[in-house]
Design a protein around this ligand. Sequence first.
Ligand SMILES: Cc1ncc(COP(=O)(O)O)c(C=O)c1O
Length: 390
Amino acid sequence: MTYNFDKIIDRTGSGDLKHEVLEERYGRSDLLPLWVADMDFETPAFITESLRQRLNHSLFGYTVVPAELWETIIQWIKDHHQWTIRKEWLTYIPGIVKGIGMAVNVFTKEDEKVIIQPPVYHPFRLTPKGNGREVVYNPLKLREDGSYDMDFEQLAEVTDEKCRLLILSNPHNPAGICWSAETLRRLAHFCYERNIIVISDEIHSDMALFGYRHTPFARVSEEAAQCSITFGAPSKTFNIAGIVSSYAIVPNDSIRRKFYTWLEANELNDPPLFSPLATIAAYQQGEEWRQQMLRYVEDNIRYVEDYCRTRIPLIKPVRPEASFLVWLDCRALELSHDELIDRFVNQAHLALNDGAMFGPGGEGFMRMNVGTPRSILHEALERLYHTLGI
Ligand SMILES: Cc1ncc(COP(=O)(O)O)c(C=O)c1O
């Protein structure tokens, strides 16, 4: 079966965030949106069919979680990431950002701190802050070639005994980094020794590109397994973010007891009816679609790279090792933050995520979502060329 990723889906009337909040967020609605991280590809038919089958039943009362859900997730992770997890380590959570918020509340007191490594997915900062916790920054080190490293010397300097959590984006959003086992092991050792729990957000883990591999944090060492909470979901990979089908994996007994008791008490581990159905369909039937989607995304990334090299040379795309987000290095344009946004929004009529929103180190970058039909991507690049090209 060959899937068609060139097909343009008119999202009008679906209430999608990507289009509906342009006026509110960017001050105008005549923009081509390549921002929030869902894709413009049609959700695959094996998922919609599975949901439709259930819709054919005319009663949507309380339901039990199908046992197949856990077996399916366990098998997927074993097959794709060579990580063997036990059923009791797993639970449903109602979204990964919500999972972060819940972990912040369960594992930190009000005067305690959360470490993040910017530039990074902005809810890592907003969620602890919104809960009144101090956020400690350990900015990533940007190398000459545009790749990033974790800064362990700096991490030792910024960490004190009030730091209780570190939130890790693995793979990393926005720069698309597949962290090496060695880096993760070092991070695990650092955190384990200091009793810091690592929340490893692995939502982008099933989208490694160009031959890179995702390494689950908890798999790299016993220390990593014993100091971590991993969050995962099929939502990004299969374009079903609106269905909310995330899960947590906690190998350590005492962290798990504390977290899962709290989730259970508040019934936050109880999935809504359609969520397990979508996850089961995605993980049992989605491998071929996933492979084809990733090849299409890789071609889109090459398309952006070639286009920028020849026509917009002052914008340098950082090649992602995972996922459909391209981190555009726009620093050579030598524009201020406001000027850069003005060029993209008011002149090119594009809605991207500006790098500064991801925290220190993001200034001068823009994040472009290339999970879109090539014709839309082409149109976006043309608009950029007419505004910023040679
Ligand atoms: C790293 C990362 N974590 C979490 C999310 C959102 O997950 P959820 O919708 O389950 O809260 C995103 C969405 O862009 C993301 O990039």
